[in-house]
Design a protein around this ligand. Structure first.
Ligand SMILES: [Zn+2]
Ligand SMILES: [Zn+2]
Length: 364
């Protein structure tokens, strides 16, 4: 079928809306009419690596929409279902069977190869393959082909698809790092570095978990103001003096639970330094490959540093939990999103880069 997709062709070039041919669903595939798609940093990081040899690429991995058609082997998802699309996993490898699909052995092939697992393309232009299947969706398009392993049915008829679309990646990443990995107790002193969509969804999750203090470190003033409005117990501008001392003071001796969303080695090193003894820092930011840490501080104070992808979440279990929290008013992610028409996708990118929008969501 002919669909419209936001196509990327080169690093630094804008998205262009173009007509693309999308395959009909195979037996194990689900055709979704996309209503909304969040813009995640990973889309832009991948776009920045596109060279002419890749040919046209369709990104987008926080899609939400309505199922139009399902293949004959699909069960549990029906035409008309409202769905959120998340990341793919094989459901067969040791890590998937151990309940850790974010670390699936087939993850790169299923999410980042631009093809189906068997190497076939899902999209074409003038007969030539287009790189699609990004996170098993490529949802910067009017329609996407997904699979049962990355489709989550939205049971709540009142849920606004534009608001909940980023649960598929960014909000799941922040909230999951807190609720699935850090698991703060009511005495917890929580700090998050970076107040983008991931950092602020982590803040909301820490508040929902009842953490005693919730500190947000963020250089952009409008984002600090938003964190303050969302109920952070303290907001810190890291450009304003000694950030380690400021975080320690705001948490009464250092965070017991902390999250870095920046991926900036100097920020991560400071976040480890600021931790309370026996505290844990989870890192979810994709940044420089190397990091220098104070080994003595880490060892003598029993501190832990741990990486995490997609909030360690099993989407079909965790996203419904977040939807319930959202419906109960305890996970108010509507405060984080700014909606744009898909025709304004390049403006959405510019606004996110400039700090004017925390989480842009594109709608058809
Ligand atoms: Zn697997
Ligand atoms: Zn993402």
């Amino acid at each position: 079928m002919r669909i419209t997709a936001a196509v990327s062709r080169a690093a630094g070039a804008g998205f262009t809306l173009e007509t693309v041919e999308l395959d009909p669903p195979r037996a194990d595939e689900i055709l979704v009419r996309i209503a909304a798609g969040g813009l995640c940093h990973t889309d832009l990081a991948i776009r920045s690596a596109i060279t002419p040899e890749h040919g046209p690429v369709v990104l987008g991995h926080e899609g939400a929409g309505v199922v139009e058609e399902v293949g004959g082997a699909v069960s549990g998802v029906r035409p008309g279902d409202r769905v959120i699309l998340s990341y793919r996993s094989c459901r067969r490898c040791g890590r998937c069977l151990a309940g850790r699909p974010a670390y699936c052995e087939q993850s790169m092939r299923l999410n980042n190869s631009g093809r189906r697992a068997d190497g076939s393309a899902t999209m074409r232009q003038a007969g030539a393959p287009v790189a699609g299947s990004f996170f098993g969706q490529s949802s910067f398009a009017t329609h996407a082909l997904a699979s049962t392993d990355n489709v989550v049915v939205v049971a709540d008829e009142g849920a606004d698809l534009a608001t909940v679309a980023p649960l598929g990646c960014g909000f799941q990443t922040g909230a999951g790092a807190v609720l699935n990995v850090l698991r703060p107790d009511p005495d917890a002193r929580f700090a998050v570095y970076g107040a983008g969509g991931v950092g602020l969804s982590a803040l909301l999750a820490a508040k929902a978990a009842g953490a005693a203090s919730t500190v947000v470190v963020e250089p952009v003033a409008v984002r600090r103001e938003l964190a303050d409005r969302l109920g952070a117990t303290a907001v810190i501008d890291p450009t304003d003096g000694d950030v380690v001392a400021a975080v320690r003071e705001a948490t009464g001796g250092g965070p017991s639970h902390a999250l870095d969303t920046t991926g900036v080695p100097a920020v991560v090193a400071d976040a480890v330094r600021a931790l309370a003894p026996t505290g844990t820092l989870v890192v979810v930011g994709l940044g420089a490959a190397e990091l220098t840490l104070d080994l003595q501080d880490l060892m003598l104070n029993g501190k832990a540093v741990r990486g995490c992808i997609e909030g360690d979440a099993v989407p079909q279990r965790f996203i419904p939990e977040l939807l319930d929290l959202h419906a109960a008013g305890r996970f108010p992610v509507q405060e984080l999103i700014t909606t744009y028409s898909f025709t304004d996708i390049n403006r959405a990118v510019a606004d996110q880069r400039a700090g004017r929008a925390v989480k842009p969501v594109l709608v058809w």
